[in-house]
Design a protein around this ligand. Structure first.
Ligand code: SF4
Ligand code: SF4
Length: 511
């Protein structure tokens, strides 16, 4: 990075606090712009509209520059938020972007996708007085602005090439973050991806109305310019194992960042009926052009009149909003077994879904799909639930109400009840240990060592289960540093043993 903010920190300390603080607390919070709810159903473009620089600078000026910056503690990447916002407030947009990029590989993407109300913004002290600083929107703004108007993603300095080769499995958030950290430190990096294009979840999981794919393409091109190589349509598993990469293809280390991409099933009657989709298939076919998809997963989903989406997380919201865009004249229902208060996803996405006309059946669980004589789904039988005592995680357990069954007509259904880790890789790699849930066991998220120490590292959703972009990225960065340390130690060890090898002269003396 070619930027430091020592000077700025000095200016921050000179700030006339008491007066400034009162003024800052009285400032009007940002009013983000969005596409009109009706208009947005006619396109798949991002719903949030870009801020103007003066709006972002004004919003950044609401930050109180708290000494103990609780916002940073609330951010899984530990971004130095006050420092970045101070730079932004001074009009140094590139400096602010670089500050976020010091601790994050995807500040523009996290700014769009993080559930900020539970993270950085949820910890912002201004939240006790009114709306917290819109940290996510500002993070997104300064990196977008730098990319679009100030010469693209800034190029980092690269370490001298070490001659070491690392294979990265998966090109989602964990894989890309690890690849970036490794290539910057002088390692040759090859990323293996099972889908036809790199990007993993960022391309094949998140719809364009939440994340403009151009950001991902720009990031991939930037990584290629740094030297990262991508091998798509290559599935690491029984046919090409991590051991093959190490032994036959001479990689020095393997990083597993293949995520959690297997869609969970409900295991209820009728799930095999036509036009009952899993979330991944529905989202990729509904959102992506055929050329980005493998054969056998192409073409738009069934043009529905009434779609039922089962689930309450961000993926369920992506599905209901995709369904509304695929046919704006159709009815779309979200069916969730707990109440709205327990929904695990991002508040902004729920608000967007409501604005877009999605209807909700809370405290409702599908128990059966029914079909016609041609095998097409025609309805979903549901049962009402009530909330019982909290489970081990503190969430209240839904309990069925006997005799409350009812039928919801539908001609398309989508199961969006979460993802699990595909166990193919673990099963084809002797010595790798996994949990009961199929996630890969590592020594700690600070190191990412698997049971195959010094050969195979892992981080992200394949270790912690399906989670957020930022929670996949942060440990992947640490695992990459751990790989770097191990490979450097290995190189140093080789140098040392070379220098200890007896010279021809000393050999002759010995003899
Ligand atoms: Fe907030 Fe996420 Fe950005 Fe951290 S990475 S500052 S949690 S939006
Ligand atoms: Fe600024 Fe809020 Fe962080 Fe304080 S907690 S430094 S006000 S963003």
């Amino acid at each position: 990075m070619d930027h430091t903010c020592d000077e700025t920190t000095m200016n921050r300390n000179d700030d006339p606090w008491p007066m400034n603080r009162r003024l800052r607390l009285r400032a009007e919070p940002l009013k983000p712009h969005k596409q009109d709810p009706q208009a947005r159903l006619e396109n798949f473009d991002e719903v949030s509209c870009a801020l103007a620089p003066h709006e972002a600078i004004l919003e950044a000026s609401r930050c109180l520059q708290c000494e103990h910056h609780p916002c940073t503690m609330g951010c899984p990447a530990h971004n130095d938020i006050p420092a970045a916002l101070w730079l932004l407030e001074q009009g140094d947009l590139r400096g602010a972007a670089l500050k976020f990029m010091e601790t994050s590989n995807f500040p523009d993407i996290c700014g769009r996708l993080c559930p900020q109300e539970k993270q950085c913004e949820g910890s912002c002290v201004i939240g006790s007085y009114g709306l917290p600083v819109a940290i996510g929107k500002l993070e997104q703004f300064c990196v977008d602005y730098t990319r679009e108007h100030l010469g693209g993603y800034p190029m980092p300095g690269l370490g001298p090439p070490l001659g070491t080769r690392v294979a990265v499995v998966g090109s989602g958030p964990a894989g890309l973050a690890a690849a970036e950290e490794l290539v910057k430190r002088g390692h040759h990096v090859t990323v293996f991806e099972a889908w036809p294009r790199p990007g993993g979840l960022l391309v094949y999981g998140i719809p364009g109305f939440k994340l403009n794919k151009q950001l991902v393409w720009d990031k991939i091109r930037w990584l290629e310019e740094l030297g990262v190589r991508f091998r798509c349509n290559v599935r690491i598993g029984p046919d090409l194992t991590p051991d093959d990469l190490l032994r036959k293809h001479s990689f020095d280390a393997v990083f597993l960042g293949h995520g959690a991409s297997r869609t969970n099933r409900m295991k209820i009657p009728g799930e095999e009926l036509k036009n009952v989709y899993n979330a991944t298939e529905y989202l990729v076919r509904g959102n992506l052009p055929d050329e980005l998809l493998p054969q056998g997963m192409r073409g738009r989903p069934h043009p529905a009149r009434r779609t039922v989406v089962v689930g309450g997380g961000d993926t369920a919201m992506d599905c209901v909003r995709t369904a509304r865009r695929l046919n704006p004249g159709s009815e779309v229902w979200c069916v969730y077994r707990r109440s709205e208060a327990e929904m695990p996803g991002r508040l902004e996405e729920r608000i967007n879904a409501v604005e877009e006309g999605v209807r909700f059946e809370w405290l409702t669980l599908p128990v059966k799909f029914r079909g016609d004589e041609d095998g097409n789904v025609t309805s979903c039988e549901c049962i009402r639930m009530l909330l019982g005592p909290p489970d081990a995680k503190g969430r209240r357990t839904p309990v069925p109400i006997a005799g409350s069954n009812f039928v919801l007509e539908c001609d398309t259904a989508v199961i969006a009840i979460g993802y699990s880790v595909d166990e193919e890789i673990a099963e084809s790699t002797p010595g790798l240990t996994t949990t009961k849930r199929g996630t890969i066991l590592v020594n700690s998220e600070d190191e990412g060592h698997t049971a195959r120490t010094e050969e195979i590292w892992a981080a992200g959703d394949c270790v912690r289960g399906a989670d957020l972009v930022v929670t996949a990225m942060a440990p992947a960065r640490k695992a990459a540093r751990s790989i770097d340390r191990a490979l450097r130690a290995r190189l140093a060890g080789r140098e040392q043993s070379k220098s200890r090898e007896p010279t021809p002269e000393s050999k002759s003396i010995k003899m």
